[in-house]
Design a protein around this ligand. Sequence first.
Ligand code: HEC
Length: 307
Amino acid sequence: MKKIAFAVMGAFFASHGFTAEPDWSKVTERKIKLFYPGQSGLEWVMNKADHSAVPDIVDKKRACSRCHEGDANEVGDKIIAGKAVGNSKAPLEPKPIADRAGWVPAVFKMAHDGQNLYVRLEWEQPKGGSFGMDKKNEVKVAMMFDGGFAEGAEPAMELAERAGCWITCHNDLRSMKDAKDDKKTKYIKGAALDGGKFMDLIQWRSGKGEKPVDGYVTDKRVMEGGKALVKAEGKKDGNKWVVTFTRALAGGGTGDHKIEPGKIYNFGFALHDGGSEARYHYVSLNYQFGLDKTVEGVKYYYNVVKH
Ligand code: HEC
């Protein structure tokens, strides 16, 4: 009788992802700056008249983080205040938002146990700003990641390893500069579920009764279909927020990338704070991770160690 109970429990835990988060105090932390990007869509970033770095991005294959890890806070402060930025010296925020932080100091940690990837994002509650756009959720945290690539090879999607989430962000999305359709959400040009040409997307939402999202981005954004997000939890402790994701390495659903050793994955975070929606979020620059793998000379790479 007992044996049967254990077997049933075992099957339950396996299929429902019984998981143990790592002892986070033992996991290496990585400080990042989440910043306010305004209307800096891919078309802005890749237009030399607006952004003088285009030849470096295209020819020298330089990534956003390589140049902006140091000044992302200043970039966010300038953009949110509606100041002139870029090569074209024009504002990237047509409606400056007073009394709202331009950037948020954050820390991420990641670990795995051979079955799941564990992600922890911690940040300080930024000052100001209540948008009231999302009536259900005061806070949302999302992570996007691609299907990974072998060191020295090209990723499946152009610019994924240089521009991170910006490959999904365009000038014609809702709330962006050239918006024509207020329902249009993020997409990737030339993306498809076949061949791993998509961004996997997971999101935690603070609203009571709200479910975590396990979706993806191809030529459109889909907020369902994934089966790999085991858990997403968040809480506020004093002035500090902590959100954790438990994500099955194997994937398995629609729009779920398999996370396997040997590959380098491109990813980024987005924080919708103060009931904001659409582009009114804080975002990270592009980062990379791999499982138990060191990569020399890439500062924005994070080694996810088995615990
Ligand atoms: C080779 C270095 C380099 C790379 C790579 C780079 N940038 Fe820039 N970026 C700059 C410089 C320099 C400026 C200042 C204005 C100018 O010359 O365009 C700038 C300006 C900006 C601004 C406006 C803020 C300001 O202070 O002017 C944004 C937003 C921005 N970059 C985003 C990005 C994103 C997103 C990426 C990756 C897709 C990226 N940059 C890649 C060098 C770089």
